[in-house]
Design a protein around this ligand. Structure first.
Ligand code: HEM
Length: 400
C-alpha cells in the first residue's frame, strides 16, 4: 500500500541547525514526500541509502526533462537538455570529463600560489579596514569571483558586473520572469566571451574547451555555453556561502578553533570534518534523481521505476551509524569517512578540489594573520540569508 506523501520541507531551517524530525525519518528508512511543486518524491536521509541513490546505473536526471520536477519552486527554466545537471552518462561523461580535466587535484595544486595571491590581497584590505570588517562582503563575495574569472579568462571588472545576474538567478525571492532574464543575460554574456575567444585564443579554460576534442568531436556550441554557465553557477555562490559558514562555525566553536590552530598537522582531517558537519544546501534544494528501474533501499522499501528521490545529503552526513555522535564537530575522529557534501556518483561536484583549496587557504591564512580572530557581534545577531539555496550568512563582522 502506498504511503500518503508528507508535506516537505518541514520548515525553513534555522541557521546551521538540523531539524530533529529527520531522526525519526531516518529510523523509518525512506519516506514519501510532497514538495510545493512537482511530483511526489522519496526522502533519503540514511548514508547507506544515499550511496544507493547516487548509483547512476539505477538513477538518472534525463527523465526530469519530461516530468514536473519536485522542488520548492517551479524550475522549468533549468530544463535545458545541454545542462550538465540534466544529463546522464554517457553524454554526461563525455562533457564532464572535459571540465574535470581542468580541475584535477594536480591542476588545482598548480593554482595554489595564484589563489593564495588573491587571498592575501583580500585579507590585506580586510586588515586595513580594521576590526569590525565584514568577512562576507570583503572576502567571501570576492574570492570565488576572482578565481572563476581567472579560470574562464573573464576580465576582473566584467566579472564583478556580471556577478549580479548570478545573484538574481539563485535568489529565491526573484520572480520567475526576472530569473529568466538573468539566465538569458548570462547566456548572452558567455556566448560573447566564446565569440571573442574564437578570434583570440588564450590559455584560459574557455579557449581550451573551445578547442577540446573528444573522440574527434568538438563540443557543440550549446554544450560549451552550458558548461561555462555550469561552472559559473556551480562555483560562485556555493563557495561564497561555504566560506562564511566555515568561519562562523569556527568562531562559534572556540574549542575547535583553538584545536585547529594548535594542530596544523591535523588540518586535512579538521577541514574534512567541517565539510561534513556544516549543512550546506537547505532542505529541499538538492537536485534529485529519477529511478531507471525498481530499486530496493536499506529498509526494504522499493522505489519504482520513474519515481523521484531527493537525497538530503546534509542529513545523511549526520548518520550516527557512519559517524558516531555525528552531531558533534570532532576534528579527531578515529575513522574519518567520506562525506556527501559534494554529493556522490556521476554528478558529484566537479569543482570540489577548487572549493576545498579556497576554503583551506582562507582558514590557514586567517589562522596565520589573525590568531585572535572572533565575532565582532554576538553570534545570535549574525543574520542568515532566507533567500539563498545554501545556508548563507549575510554579514559576518570580525575583530582580532
Ligand atoms: C563550497 C563550494 C561548493 C559546493 C558546496 C558544491 C556543491 C556541489 C554539489 C552538491 C553538486 C551536485 C549537484 C548535482 O547533484 O547535480 C555540485 C555539482 C557541480 N559543481 Fe560544485 N560545489 C562547490 C564548488 C564548486 C566549484 C568551485 C565549481 C567550479 C569551479 C563547481 C562546479 C560544479 C559543477 C559544474 C557541478 C555539476 C557536476 C555535474 O553535474 O556533473 N562547484 N557541486
Amino acid at each position: 500500500m502506498s504511503q500518503a506523501p508528507i508535506p516537505y520541507p518541514f520548515a525553513e531551517p534555522t541557521r546551521l541547525d538540523i531539524d530533529p524530525r529527520y531522526e525519526a525519518i531516518r529510523e523509518q528508512g525512506i519516506v514519501r514526500i510532497q514538495l510545493p511543486y512537482g511530483e511526489p518524491s522519496w526522502l533519503i536521509t540514511r548514508a547507506a541509502d544515499a550511496k544507493i541513490a547516487y548509483d547512476f546505473r539505477k538513477f538518472g536526471r534525463r527523465e526530469g526533462l519530461t516530468h514536473a520536477i519536485p522542488g520548492l519552486h517551479n524550475t522549468e527554466g533549468i530544463k535545458i537538455p545541454s545542462l550538465l545537471l540534466n544529463m546522464d552518462p554517457p553524454e554526461h561523461t563525455r562533457i564532464r570529463q572535459l571540465a574535470a580535466g581542468a580541475f584535477t587535484p594536480a591542476r588545482i595544486q598548480e593554482m595554489e600560489g595564484w589563489v593564495q595571491g588573491f587571498t592575501d590581497e583580500l585579507l590585506d584590505e580586510f586588515e586595513a579596514h580594521g576590526p569590525g570588517a565584514d568577512f562576507i562582503a570583503m572576502f567571501a563575495h570576492k574570492l570565488p569571483v576572482l578565481v572563476l574569472a581567472g579560470i574562464l579568462g573573464i576580465p576582473k571588472d566584467k566579472a564583478f558586473e556580471f556577478k549580479k545576474w548570478i545573484d538574481i538567478s539563485s535568489d529565491s525571492s526573484a520572480t520567475p520572469e526576472r530569473k529568466l532574464e538573468a539566465r538569458d543575460t548570462t547566456l548572452d554574456f558567455i556566448r560573447g566571451l566564446i565569440a571573442e575567444r574564437r578570434e583570440n585564443a588564450t590559455d584560459d579554460l574557455l579557449s581550451v574547451l573551445i578547442n577540446a576534442r573528444d573522440e574527434g568531436d568538438k563540443l557543440e556550441e550549446e554544450e560549451l555555453v552550458s558548461l561555462a554557465m555550469a561552472l559559473w553557477h556551480g562555483g560562485f555562490k556555493t563557495t561564497l556561502w561555504q566560506l562564511g559558514t566555515t568561519v562562523f562555525t569556527l568562531m562559534t566553536h572556540p574549542d575547535q578553533w583553538h584545536d585547529i590552530k594548535e594542530h596544523p598537522d591535523n588540518m586535512h582531517a579538521a577541514l574534512g570534518e567541517l565539510w561534513r558537519w556544516i549543512p550546506s544546501f537547505k532542505p529541499g534544494r538538492a537536485f534529485g534523481f529519477w529511478a531507471k528501474e525498481d530499486v530496493t533501499f536499506s529498509s526494504g522499501q522499493v522505489v519504482k521505476q520513474g519515481e523521484h528521490v531527493l537525497i538530503e545529503f546534509a542529513v545523511a552526513n549526520r548518520d550516527n551509524s557512519v559517524w558516531p555522535d555525528a552531531d558533534k564537530l570532532d576534528f579527531h575522529r578515529e575513522k574519518p569517512q567520506a562525506h556527501f557534501s559534494f554529493t556522490g556518483g556521476a554528478h558529484s561536484c566537479v569543482g570540489q578540489h577548487m572549493a576545498r583549496l579556497q576554503i583551506r587557504l582562507a582558514v590557514e591564512s586567517l589562522i596565520r594573520r589573525f590568531p585572535n580572530l572572533e565575532l565582532a557581534i554576538p553570534a545570535d545577531e549574525v543574520e542568515f540569508d532566507p533567500d539563498s539555496f545554501m545556508r548563507g550568512i549575510r554579514k559576518l563582522p570580525l575583530k582580532w
